[in-house]
Design a protein around this ligand. Structure first.
Ligand code: ZN
Length: 272
């Protein structure tokens, strides 16, 4: 998986390759789609909503993506953003999956995010306002159409328009709470950890301050979790491949063809 800014920068780069194709009417929907099913992870106070995050990443992926594109009323821009998320997750996951522990995994994602922000936006994590992308969005028919797709694909009536709306509003409020003042969040997380004698550890939610070579520009070897083979690409090289694949897939869809890329597990990159 990848984190917020890696997905956003990936989408911007994909857009650059599609300049001549007039398919993007609503940029906001595309940028929301770029966060894919990760929006459900922000609803941490409702486990039944969080569970949809994992479910959509890992099961019935092809069927889900096909239905997302088949929906007449769901904004196409959102579906294209979602596709970019799927592609980026698959590539990023193979790069960072050698961290078994979830916290380390999340921190590695964030370290990559920080490296990408520095490289492409020439900024620091704490100078950006990710929640703005989810502020005052007019969702129109998106929640109800998304809910219809989920209910059909997973045959589960518990998913409502409200489930989607809740995830969007929690994405906004959680990102704002965590990143409006990163230093404050860092101090607070450390205090919780200390006062609970290590029992409540939220320190992984704050981007790490210093990570040496988060994008592996030194090209040190790492093991691909899918092939179990050694690779040594930098994250930037992997990122380029993810831009190309997403861009080619969007072009195919615009020409009425269904790309194979839809039928892959977001996390393990296996057929799904
Ligand atoms: Zn994801």
């Amino acid at each position: 998986m990848a984190d917020f800014w890696t997905h956003t920068i990936h989408g911007v780069k994909v857009l650059e390759t599609l300049k001549d194709t007039p398919w993007l009417r609503n940029r906001r929907f595309f940028f929301m789609g770029l966060q894919g099913p990760d929006i459900f992870f922000y609803a941490y106070d409702r486990p039944e909503v969080v569970a949809w995050g994992s479910r959509i990443h890992q099961s019935r992926c092809g069927q889900f993506m096909k239905e997302l594109f088949a929906s007449e009323r769901l904004p196409k821009e959102y579906a294209f953003g979602f596709l970019c998320h799927q592609v980026m997750d698959r590539y990023a996951h193979r790069f960072i999956n050698h961290f078994e522990d979830f916290k380390a995994h999340k921190r590695k994602e964030m370290a990559i995010d920080a490296g990408m922000i520095r490289r492409f936006l020439n900024r620091r994590h704490d100078h950006l306002k990710p929640w703005k992308l989810f502020e005052d969005v007019e969702l129109k028919e998106l929640p109800s159409e998304f809910a219809k797709v989920v209910r059909r694909v997973f045959n589960d009536k518990s998913f409502k328009s409200e489930t989607f709306e809740y995830a969007i509003s929690k994405t906004f409020s959680t990102l704002k709470m965590l990143y409006e003042d990163i230093e404050k969040t860092r101090r607070r997380a450390f205090r919780y950890w200390l006062l609970s004698l290590g029992g409540k550890d939220y320190t992984h939610l704050v981007p790490p301050k210093k990570v040496k070579d988060p994008l592996n520009e030194e090209k040190k070897p790492w093991i691909d979790p899918v092939t179990k083979k050694q690779r040594n690409e930098s994250f930037l090289e992997i990122f380029e491949q993810a831009v190309e694949e997403a861009s080619e897939s969007i072009k195919m869809l615009l020409n009425g063809r269904i790309p194979d890329t839809l039928f892959r597990n977001f996390e393990t990159d296996e057929p799904c």
